[in-house]
Design a protein around this ligand. Sequence first.
Ligand SMILES: [Zn+2]
Length: 272
Amino acid sequence: MKTQLRLFTLILTLVSVLSSGCASLPIGKEPSDAEINAEAAKAYAEVKAKSKLSTNAEWNAMVQRVANRIAASSGEKFNWETILIESPEVNAWCMPGGKMAVYTGIMPVLKTEAALAAVMGHEVAHATRRHGKQRYARAIKESLAGLVIGAGAIAAGQLLCKDATCKTLTGLGGAAAGLAVTFFSRKFSRDDETDADKFGQIYMAKAGYDPSEAGRLWDRMAAASGGQAPPEFLSTHPSNTTRKSALNSWLPEAQAAYQQAPAKYGLGAPIK
Ligand SMILES: [Zn+2]
């Protein structure tokens, strides 16, 4: 009975979210930045409300300072916000409009503050380069299916999708999960991933972090992800070798940006 009531409430919420979604977002055409950012901000508020935030003062301070520096070096005037979520998951993301999350599970894998800057640079580049725009428009169009799947899966206490990002949605309420599923289940193309690598490396360099750390980071990520579902930034990527050689080929440009950075932090603080 309790489960039925909960499911009913979820569906009511979904219907109301879907109606408001229909009213605020153009269906089937590319939405504006303002429209996408407003939807992302709603989903982000739900993620924050449902997530356990880390109380690790050292890691929180590091995540905030790296986020601020990357945001500044991107030159984008978003309403930036970053949280550190307490979770064993090796993951990080940036929603359209600059709403970011880092999971504590990624921190020991990174080993250096500069590697964190490489990851955040990559995620921020997806947002600043508007990689999600057209996919988001399609996702909204198909959101009825997404919302119903989200509600059903949560009511049943499991998620239908097996990918790592979906696991983060298990704790979310139905409406937020519906919106978040449309965001998270969106896969960037390989070209988008390569573009995010390139711009991410420039962002980290401009932010004052040694860009040569980007190539080394992906070695660590590949080693750490053995056997598990890959996080967002590995999911649709070319092989680690291809990726590293691309990052190294862009290194002269990134090094030039690093030389002009107003402050230089090298590899930053170690992450223990
Ligand atoms: Zn990516």
